[in-house]
Design a protein around this ligand. Structure first.
Ligand code: GDP
Ligand code: MG
Length: 182
């Protein structure tokens, strides 16, 4: 009888960013393949598990942590960040203030969390609600790439939880970076 050994990875991934940018919607789309227009603020910490058959020898389990209304107060604790391997920082392309908050979220994360090997965690930036069109992105061609370089993001994706744009791609990019830096 053939026995093939499979490697399993479990990664805690944070999904952070200002209130209403679409964090919960992105997780719902990614894990449950659905979307709702109806706004329901997250209460407490929500977890969702996504299992990826990465390749024939590797299974990746992503434990996605959705924050809990704490986006209002900017008081994310070390306890919440602890043992995360990566993060998505999300902003809403229709609201410039949510982009201004991105570097604050990145600084907060980097000041409270480093990987066991001393490196910073992998972070991918999500420019969400791209289905709404975006004067923001149109007015700043090339800006996002430079911003990512300057602020140490792995990469940036324009996403839509509503129309399922680029969420799988962004997650694969994040996971690949985490695995490459282990
Ligand atoms: P959170 O506070 O960051 O968790 O944001 P939610 O996921 O609760 O989303 C806030 C609102 O934005 C809800 O009304 C969602 O339906 C809406 N929303 C989320 N993602 C998208 C998107 O990609 N496109 C559009 N048009 N609306 C979105
Ligand atoms: Mg939420």
């Amino acid at each position: 009888k053939m026995q093939k050994s499979q490697t399993e990875h479990l990664y805690k991934i944070l999904v952070i960013g200002d209130l209403g940018v679409g964090k919960t919607s992105i997780i719902k789309r990614y894990v449950h393949q659905n979307f709702s227009q109806h706004y329901r603020a997250t209460i407490g910490v929500d977890f969702a598990l996504k299992v990826l058959n990465w390749d024939s020898e590797t299974v990746v389990r992503l434990q996605l942590w959705d924050i809990a209304g704490q986006e209002r107060f900017g008081n994310m604790t070390r306890v919440y960040y602890r043992e995360a391997f990566g993060a998505f920082i999300v902003f809403d392309v229709t609201r410039a203030t949510t982009f201004e908050a991105v570097s604050k979220w990145k600084d907060d994360l980097d000041s409270k969390l480093t990987l066991p090997n001393g490196k910073p965690v992998s972070v991918v930036l999500l420019a969400n609600k791209c289905d709404q069109g975006s004067e923001f992105l149109a007015a700043n061609p090339g800006k996002m790439e430079q911003f990512c370089k300057d602020h140490g993001f792995v990469s940036c994706f324009e996403t839509s939880a509503k129309e399922n744009v680029n969420i799988d791609e962004a997650a694969r990019c994040l996971v690949k970076h985490i695995m490459d830096s282990e």
